[in-house]
Design a binder for this molecule. Structure first.
Ligand code: FAD
Length: 290
């Protein structure tokens, strides 16, 4: 079923993001995690797509199995950077065949080994190109696009970032899923500014539980989100006093508080970046009042 219709039926909700494990041997464990997380009754589950190749078929196979074998409502991520229209179309055909009607339309990042990559060389330059392509060829698909409460690293200013976000929604985005962030004011400001620009699509906030100092550093270096100073010092003191276990506790407690505040103040739901970890997400789910 399409996510916009599901959102009309149930709010607030939790949704979950998974990434396809690279190694096949890890798949049984992955599906075990997904099975355990059914307990959270997610409205939908999304599966990331490797822009550099390698895991794209895995995305397809995983969404197929989540839908067919596990009765979950999946959304496939799809990046268009460097891809041909034929390749994108083939992927969408496969989704259609698998009865999956939700896709997150992304531009993606340049290949890691080519920092001077020329975006204008491909058939798709921006996520908005992909969103309009999907709407034209696959009108039954619900299309999600990204939102950046802290502007995207390539955006020269907040107004410019908001402008292109609006263009993306007008091109076919039915709803938005945000980049992770740790200060809820960023999300509420972002939504308010969009509403002021007559963009009324639902904006689902993405929440990442911090489970270790190293993973936090790694993830933040990838996406450009910032950690509020107070939270960072709480994590660092926890690490100094109690090691990784104490960091995990502080990180989980923060994620619960953050998600609860988002929901209590009008977010339609919360999209949890699971990092494919069941225990942490179950703990968050058990503490959230939804
Ligand atoms: P766009 O919306 O195209 O924006 C990129 C930049 O271009 C922004 O600065 C924007 O303001 C600007 N821009 C947009 N349109 C125009 C235009 N028409 N003219 C001029 N400038 C424009 N990456 C993966 O590889 N796989 C994944 O599965 C994945 N999942 C993600 C899920 C979420 C929720 C988020 C937030 C990100 C995800 N990413 C993923 C990362 C994403 O690919 C990168 O952030 C990428 O750099 C931007 O993709 P986008 O779709 O947001 O780009």
């Amino acid at each position: 079923m399409r996510i916009p219709e599901l959102m009309e039926r149930r709010r607030p909700f939790l949704s979950l993001e998974f990434f396809p494990p690279k190694e096949r041997e890890a798949w049984p464990q992955f599906f075990d995690v997904a099975e355990r997380l059914k307990e959270l009754d997610p409205l939908f589950v999304s599966v990331t797509y490797g822009a550099g190749g390698g895991t794209q078929d895995n995305t397809l196979e995983i969404v197929r199995r989540l839908k067919r074998d596990m009765d979950m409502e999946p959304m496939a991520h799809l990046t268009c950077v460097g891809a041909s229209a034929a390749k994108i179309e083939a992927f969408l055909e496969e989704l259609r065949r698998a009865d999956v009607h939700n896709v997150l339309a992304l531009r993606g990042d340049p290949p890691k080994n080519n920092p001077d990559f020329d975006f204008s060389s491909g058939e798709f330059r921006h996520a908005s190109d992909l969103a309009s392509f999907i709407k034209e060829r696959f009108p039954e698909m619900a299309v999600a696009v990204t939102g950046y409460p802290e502007p995207h690293v390539e955006s020269p200013s907040i107004p410019e970032d908001l402008h292109w976000t609006k263009v993306k929604v007008q091109a076919g985005g039915d709803f938005l899923v945000t980049q992770l962030f740790f200060d809820n004011r960023l999300y509420f400001d972002f939504v308010e500014r969009l509403r002021g620009m007559e963009v009324h699509a639902p904006v689902i906030p993405g929440v990442l539980p911090i489970l270790s100092i190293n993973s936090a550093k790694f993830i933040l270096s990838l996406c450009g989100a910032s950690i509020p100073g107070k939270f960072l010092s709480a994590l660092e003191s926890a690490h100094a006093e109690g090691g990784d276990e104490a960091v995990r506790e502080v990180g989980l407690e923060y994620a619960v508080r953050q998600a609860q505040e988002l929901i209590d103040n009008g977010a339609p739901g919360v999209h949890l970046y699971t990092l494919n970890k069941a225990e942490a997400c179950l703990e968050i789910g058990s503490k959230l009042k939804i």
